[in-house]
Write a protein that binds this ligand. Structure first.
Ligand code: BG6
Length: 483
């Protein structure tokens, strides 16, 4: 069956930086279903040809050496543009008619992609409903909703209600591009396709788990958006909680959307609710020096650009094991890693004084980016007399193991939407639960008298972050990419 991908917000950044390069790359690899067409909708007046040209240039820029002009030519023949305003019923009707004309009478899978600013989500959905465009009589109709999915629990609930007024839950794909990253999906393979890790993946052996998404970039030109969001809404409610869920979930009974998502939601349901005093003690935050001078940032803003929080997953597997989640802009390097720290051996047998074993326990470092892979840290006897030990490691690196480029996160996710496979997309209850966990931190951190510490760009957050984790009796794994 042919596919039509209708992009609302066609002239925006997401379309040119991510969506179209991902689709072009899938086309080049022969992975796009035959007869896939893309229809862009936004207010900028443009012809099909002008949009194709603009996209050729931006796709070449974003794809670098992977850009293939010949393959682009055949892909671009299926690209169309319909100028119009979401707020104009006549323009939306013109879009409907254009889609019908392009598709003809046969069945077509249609994917509506909301790549607009979030305030347009509800108006687009309302219009799609009014025009009967969610009706599946002529093939599946799906809708992809980008983040941010609301700004708190209440707005997320409202948006879910609104979506459910027009689309059934199985037609809705709430995207989080972190779940499209190879190394995130590999956590599920690592845990559930092997028998050697699962037996130690629990409170008897693990303490703690640290999940860090450090970015070197500053907020740059996104100040106006970011200042209202801050690191909790921008990174924690979605990406960090997704990483937590795949790290902590139980094995699903089968690898299917409902089973996977049930297990993920159970993790969120097990997260210990905190009262206000506990929330204040369960996190620390900061703002990089220079943030206030970024365009779009309010004078005197106290928005956190760095945050760290502690969550407890109160279930049989994880009771008592803290999960530390941390993320920031303008940090020392770009690295996303999950560090599963194992407990100390019960006895320190070897040596004393300078020969004593280091107090470090074993660690598994799952590195999501920039390079993807896994590193296992353990003690080894050094050659020569005596039991002198050194911490050493075993590596698995995607780039060493598999030739060729890894797909960009949007590529597998777009294919999944076209196929109707929802395992890697958030369900309504999942996003609502996520907000329920993050909202108390947002409220606490934005309370008028709460101080915000600063840090120098290039640091691992403010000094108070190291002090906070030390007070927790632990230390951060402040290591730039291990692979
Ligand atoms: C986005 C956030 O969702 O994720 C950005 O809005 C952030 O602020 C980005 O930079 C990080 O994504 P990645 O894939 O570069 O880690």
């Amino acid at each position: 069956m042919p596919h039509t991908i209708v992009i609302f917000g066609a002239s925006g950044d997401l379309t040119s930086r991510k969506l179209v390069p991902a689709l072009a790359s899938l086309h080049r690899a022969g992975a796009l279903p035959p007869g896939t067409r893309v229809v862009g909708f936004s207010r900028t007046p443009m012809s099909d040809g002008a949009w194709r040209e603009a996209l050729a240039e931006s796709t070449a820029r974003h794809s670098g050496a992977a850009f293939d002009a010949a393959a682009w030519g055949t892909f671009a023949a299926g690209i169309h543009y319909q100028p119009g305003d979401i707020a104009s019923p006549a323009d939306m009707e013109a879009l409907r008619d254009r889609l019908d004309a392009l598709e003809g009478p046969g069945p077509v899978t249609r994917v509506y992609y909301l790549a607009t600013a979030p305030q347009f989500y509800e108006p687009v959905v309302a219009e799609l409903g009014r025009l009967g465009m969610a009706d599946e009589a002529r093939g599946p109709r799906r809708i992809v909703v980008e983040k941010p999915f609301g700004t708190d629990l209440e707005s997320a609930r409202r948006l879910n209600l609104h979506l459910h007024g027009v689309f059934a839950e199985q037609q809705i794909f709430r995207i989080d591009h972190y779940l499209g990253k190879e190394s995130v999906q590999n956590i599920i393979a690592l845990r559930f396709a092997n028998t050697i890790f699962e037996p130690v993946w629990n409170r008897r052996y693990v303490d703690p788990v640290q999940i860090t998404v450090a970015e070197e970039v500053t907020v740059g030109r996104r100040g106006a958006y970011y200042d209202g969001a801050g690191v909790l809404r921008d990174m924690f409610q979605n990406h960090l909680l997704q990483l937590l869920m795949v790290t902590a979930m139980e094995a699903p009974v089968r690898y299917r959307a409902t089973a996977v998502r049930n297990e993920k939601v159970k993790v969120l349901e097990a997260i210990r609710p905190l009262d206000d005093a506990a929330v204040a003690a369960a996190g620390t935050r900061g703002q990089y020096r220079g943030y206030l001078a970024e365009p779009g940032v309010a004078p005197g803003s106290r928005t956190a650009t760095f945050g760290a929080i502690r969550l407890h997953v109160d279930n049989w597997r994880w009771q008592g094991v803290p999960f530390y989640l941390r993320s920031g802009k303008a940090m020392s390097c770009r690295t996303t890693q999950i560090v599963v720290a194992f407990r100390q051996p019960p006895l320190e047998l070897f040596g004393d004084g300078p020969h004593r074993a280091t107090p470090e326990g074993n660690r598994m470092v799952i590195q999501i980016q920039p390079a993807e892979g896994i590193q296992l840290h353990f003690h080894t006897k050094m050659p020569g007399g005596g039991m002198r030990l050194r911490f050493t490691d075993l590596d698995f690196s995607y780039s060493r193991e598999f030739a060729g480029r890894l797909p960009e996160a949007y590529e597998p996710l777009l294919l999944d939407v076209m196929a109707g496979e929802a395992s890697l997309f958030a369900r309504a209850d999942e996003v609502e639960k996520s907000w329920e966990i993050i909202d108390p931190f947002v409220r606490c951190w934005s309370a008028a008298d709460a101080p915000v510490d600063t840090y120098e760009p290039g640091d691992w957050g403010p000094a108070s972050s190291a002090a906070w984790i030390a007070a927790e009796g632990r230390s951060w794994f402040d290591t730039c990419p291990v692979l």
